[in-house]
Design a protein. Structure first.
Length: 196
């Protein structure tokens, strides 16, 4: 890409995935507060936050292309972000135990004032039934702390996931094929609007 790419996220998983996909970029976390509005479903919530995060960083780095993302987990209509504490993590895992849920990641690419490409990826994830002791030990490990839905599919919880339908990378935190298509669209629009 001709412009500098900035990842508006402090997530080490998103950084690793973007690097794995071959992108060169800088990291600058946004200061957007992740609060869901009462009327928002998971997709609207995740895409709004992704856009706000990207716009927040773009306001300081207007010569760059900024990538924002936000991931939530949905089960029985409940939209779950990161757990607030260990008890909340255990509650989320009890809800997901033995069920199929959805992982939703909103992605936004901002490259100009009011110029953005925004979309969402949804992946179905099935988690086997968990014993209370498994949940207790997993929460005590600290791994669920900063994960939407309180689990990391690329970590210890991988042993609990017999099936997914959709993009695996979405569940880790960044749907790479979607990201690539949005970045390509942003680059094409930038080139089309460049002075001859």
């Amino acid at each position: 890409m001709n412009a500098n790419l900035i990842l508006a996220s402090a997530s080490p998983r998103r950084r690793e995935l973007l690097t794995q996909a071959g992108y060169s970029f800088l990291v600058e976390a946004s200061s957007v507060v992740e609060l869901r509005r009462p009327e928002e479903d998971a997709i609207r919530f995740a895409t709004r936050l992704a856009r706000e995060k990207a716009q927040d960083v773009f306001a300081r780095r207007s010569s760059s292309i900024v990538l924002g993302a936000d991931t939530v987990v949905v089960c029985d209509g409940e939209v779950m972000g990161k757990p607030v504490d260990a008890a909340d993590a255990a509650r989320m895992l009890r809800l997901l135990s033995g069920r199929t849920h959805q992982v939703v990641t909103g992605v936004a690419v901002v490259w100009g004032e009011g110029a953005a490409e925004v979309a969402a990826e949804v992946t179905q994830v099935t988690m086997r039934a968990l014993a209370p002791q498994e949940i207790e030990e997993y929460v005590a490990s600290g791994e669920p702390t900063d994960k939407a839905g309180a689990y990391a599919i690329q970590g210890y919880a991988a042993r609990w996931i017999p099936r997914i339908s959709g993009c695996y990378f979405n569940v880790v935190g960044l749907p790479l094929a979607l990201v690539a298509s949005l970045l390509e669209a942003a680059e094409q629009r930038l080139q089309a609007s460049a002075p001859m």
